[in-house]
Design a protein around this ligand. Structure first.
Ligand code: PLV
Length: 357
């Protein structure tokens, strides 16, 4: 049986002089890329797998675009329980290889949604198997929450002016909001970043109900949940959450800049978070009075990710710079400028006194 020790590690929180200069305020990086599986995912999934192991599960089954699957494979190996991971065809071969290296069986499907259906069907047929959800389970949020508990310890007397994170299915968002509540930082706003083509959270928030995207078209594949967790929408309506969508080129453009400055290579899901600073979004939000002009600090959750290599980065840059797609992105950016000026800041206005629209 597993020890009480969690599978995740306490990650560093450190100031980035490079991003602080660009943002004009102190920027902290919460370095989730330093987790044993390269992303924050192990926090929630580790917590979930441990609980299920205690209940006597005989097999873990997960559907994942990469990072949740790798975290499951890693935890399953430590728990000495077999794992099968269903991955969509967009998952790079090197990530699949890493899952296999952890001893998992990997099966390839078309989309993440199809993988999820197949995985859940397999679990239905076997009473002692467990489906590992990448998001949308209280045990997952509980694990992700530890990020904020650590921040509280690491920041001493000060508190974040704003936290920036990315949203796929919304598991990280739920965990962070719950963590903020637990440490008494209820009034800390969150900027929730997505890419166009994986913007199911933004679409849901705008509609006031869960929206399912017909297709995931973004290169930020690990943000590609067609529908977010219901709890994410609910918590975002209670907390001050500013939802922002960037284009794929914006999410990818920051990756080499971040690599040069911080010597850290992240995947587009994390590039979307970095775009809050590199694309000047935070400054725009401050100008529009949707964020306080004077922010004590910005905390960026460097969620990390495995779906990236230098070769993959070159391929992404080539793909996104192709002329016919550039036109599409320029049009997309014009639409997004309007979209991002949403009406999602009412709660922010209440809690920070910022004059949101
Ligand atoms: N990735 C999940 C779900 O994908 C997966 O299968 O790996 N940043 C990184 C590096 C991620 O891997 C993910 C989720 C997110 C951000 C978003 O986290 P979430 O799903 O909790 O909002 C669809």
């Amino acid at each position: 049986m597993a020890s009480d020790k969690p599978f995740h590690v306490v990650t560093p929180l450190r100031v980035s002089p490079h991003l602080s200069k660009l943002a004009g305020t102190k920027v902290y990086l919460k370095l989730e890329n330093t987790q044993p599986t390269g992303s924050f995912k192990i926090r929630g999934i580790g917590n979930f797998c441990k609980a299920m192991a205690e209940k006597g599960t005989k097999q873990f089954v997960c559907a994942s675009a990469g990072n949740a699957g790798l975290a499951t494979a890693y935890c399953a190996k430590l728990l000495e329980i077999p794992a099968t991971i269903f991955v969509p065809q967009c998952t790079p071969a090197f990530t699949v290889e890493r899952m296999k290296d952890e001893g998992a069986t990997v099966c390839c499907g078309q989309t993440l949604d199809q993988c999820k259906c197949t995985a859940q069907e397999a679990v239905k047929r076997n009473a002692d198997w467990t489906f590992v959800p990448p998001f949308g389970d209280p045990l997952i949020s509980d694990g992700h929450k530890t990020m904020v508990l650590e921040m509280k310890e690491q920041m001493g007397e000060s508190k974040p002016g704003v936290i920036v994170l990315s949203v796929g299915g919304g598991g990280m968002l739920c965990g962070v909001i719950q963590g903020l509540r637990e440490v008494g930082w209820d009034d800390v706003p969150i900027i929730a970043m997505e890419t166009w083509g994986a913007h199911s959270f933004h679409a849901s928030l705008k509609a006031g109900e869960l929206v399912t995207l017909p297709k995931i078209t973004s290169v930020a594949t690990t943000l590609g949940a067609a529908t977010v967790a219901e709890e994410a929408l609910q918590l975002a309506q209670e907390h001050c959450v500013i939802s922002q969508v960037v284009t794929d080129p914006e999410a990818v453009a920051g990756i080499p800049r971040f690599l040069d400055a911080e010597k850290i290579l992240v995947e587009p899901a994390c590039g979307a978070t970095l775009a809050a600073i590199y694309s000047g979004l935070i400054k725009t939000l401050q100008k529009e009075c949707r964020l306080p002009r004077c922010l004590e600090s910005i905390v960026i959750i460097v969620c990390g990710g495995n779906n990236i290599t230098l070769e993959e980065l070159d391929r992404l840059k080539d793909e996104l710079c192709m002329n016919h797609r550039m036109k599409e992105y320029v049009e997309c950016k014009a639409v997004l400028a309007k979209w991002n000026q949403g009406s999602f800041t009412a709660s922010l206005q209440k809690s920070t006194g910022a004059c949101g629209h």
